[in-house]
Design a binder for this molecule. Structure first.
Ligand code: PEP
Ligand code: MG
Length: 314
């Protein structure tokens, strides 16, 4: 299947009724960017910048960061690059970030919370990103409050003005139930949404994704998660903002018809899944996906949702 998909990898992903879905790649380093493009990635929908920050004694300075981001942008050769600002803290500690022990690290000082508590880290990263020459967009991890986005946007505008540059688009990852439920309000301030289904499922189902005793039951196709995705897309659409998915769900063949049926227009997947995701999209029909999604939203649990999708032959 992968071989067949690779044959058409450079073609766009369009449903049988003509709806274009962007298929992007998730990157965690510079090395896989070029390969992903060869396999059909239309851009990077999630650059996890933590790779630059972990396993070292001091944080990377502005110039080191700029050069690393520029190298990835160059490998993408003019394609869009969506960079997630630093998502460390809690279970991904860095030695130069003295953190108090936390009883519940997943609910602790991480993502945008840590960056706003350590403005030096945020400011350096924003300046490095502003200096990258590429079609760049930024997105913030773990947002739960509109104020977090507003404060970051002010910082971005200030650095852009200092550097004499235009600020890039600023979106958010939707990975807390709070962000999904207040999407209509956040969309007034966010340029786009990208659903982090790994964390969104973890927080919605109250199952620690790092705990093997409970993680196996963590399925993003649970109707509770699907309803939050539905709410996010609706909130975004009210302000003409697009919604993508960059968590694992985006590469799950049973999830794709539901996500597209709910109105998601961008799927960002690991490099190895790009070509097959594009091939799958070309077999789908939006009207059928919408009908399927409507039934999934009122299903009892993730098993029932998967059974519904299987009945449709996916
Ligand atoms: C997610 O939570 O779905 C996501 C894409 O971010 P990460 O897996 O890096 O937490
Ligand atoms: Mg996440």
């Amino acid at each position: 299947r992968r071989q067949a998909a690779l044959a058409t990898a450079s073609h766009p992903a369009v449903t049988t009724d003509g709806v274009r879905i962007e298929v992007f790649v998730n990157l965690g380093s510079a090395t896989d960017a070029r390969r992903a493009v060869e396999e059909g990635a239309e851009g990077c929908g999630l650059l996890r910048t933590e790779f630059l920050f972990l396993d070292r004694a001091t944080p990377p300075d502005e110039e080191e960061q700029r050069a690393a981001y520029q190298a990835i942008a160059d490998a993408l050769d003019g394609r869009p690059l969506i960079v997630r600002t630093l998502d460390i803290g809690a279970d991904k500690p860095a030695p130069y970030l003295p953190q108090a022990a936390e009883e519940n690290p997943a609910l602790g000082l991480r993502g945008i919370r840590l960056q706003l508590a350590r403005r030096d880290l945020l400011d350096t990263q924003l300046r490095a990103l502003l200096r990258v020459k590429a079609p760049l967009k930024l997105m913030l991890p773990m947002v739960a409050d509109r104020a977090e986005l507003a404060e970051t946007r002010r910082a971005l505008a200030k650095h852009a003005a200092d550097l004499g540059m235009a600020a890039p688009q600023l979106g958010i990852m939707v990975e807390t139930p709070a962000a999904a439920l207040t999407a209509a309000s956040l969309a007034a301030e966010a340029d786009f949404f990208s659903i982090g289904s790994n964390d969104l499922a973890q927080y919605t189902l109250a199952r620690d994704r790092t705990n093997p005793a409970v993680a196996a039951g963590l399925d993003g196709l649970h109707p509770a998660v699907l309803r939050l995705i539905d709410e996010t897309v609706r909130g975004g659409n009210a302000h003409k903002r697009w919604t993508g998915v960059c968590g694992e769900l985006a590469a799950d063949p049973q999830a794709a018809p539901l996500l597209i049926g709910l109105g998601v227009t961008e799927l960002s997947v690991p490099g190895a899944a790009v070509a097959e995701t594009k091939a799958l999209v070309r077999t789908l029909n939006l009207a059928q996906c919408q009908a399927l999604a409507a039934r999934a939203l009122i299903a009892a649990d993730a098993h029932a949702v998967r059974a519904l999708v299987s009945e449709q032959g996916q």
